[in-house]
Design a binder for this molecule. Structure first.
Ligand code: NI
Length: 170
């Protein structure tokens, strides 16, 4: 297993559209293990393959208190989303230190393959519903800051670019 570097906004690779996973094989199994390790190491609740520069439809999530209930979603599709929506604060491992309100459906139904390649349907509400919508957006090349006003988004962009320059200088 290995920690994978996480792309940071405004890296243009975060806007690539992911392609379906062709086969749940040894390569994908290894990628899942690395993505879970990377997500736990970064204290995140979700990570999309897009964020580690792999442009295939794969997401890992763990919204449990104990951080011991990993969920794998391969080729996930939202097959139903509630009309009821709510605004909740979101953050993202690709947008470190930034949290802001995004309106999402409060419940969704997602169809996906699990880590063993079995098709399953998940009914999600609460944090899992938000997380699924956020992570599935990543697979479409969409980062949550794109829901914010252009003014806020530009401020975030400037702040993160400055941060990354400072880090690069050491
Ligand atoms: Ni994210």
């Amino acid at each position: 297993m290995a920690l994978l570097p996480i792309l940071r906004y405004p890296d243009p690779r975060l806007h690539k559209v992911a392609k379906p996973v062709q086969a749940v094989d040894a390569r994908i199994t290894a990628l899942i293990a690395d993505m879970l390790e990377t997500m736990y190491d970064a204290s995140g609740i979700g990570l999309a393959a897009t964020q580690v520069d792999v442009h295939e439809r794969l997401v890992v999530i763990d919204v449990s208190e104990g951080r011991n209930e990993p969920q794998v979603f391969i080729n996930p599709e939202i097959v139903w989303a509630s009309d009821e929506k709510a605004v909740g604060d979101e953050g993202c491992l690709s947008v470190p230190g930034i949290y802001d309100g995004v309106e999402r459906s409060t419940a969704v139904r997602v169809q996906a393959l699990d880590g063993e390649g079995r098709l399953r349907t998940v009914e999600a509400e609460g944090l899992l519903a938000i997380c699924l919508q956020h992570e599935l957006d990543h697979l479409k090349g969409k980062v949550f800051v794109e829901y914010l006003s252009p003014l806020k988004r530009n401020r975030i962009k400037t702040k993160l670019v400055k941060q990354q320059k400072e880090e690069a200088r050491g």
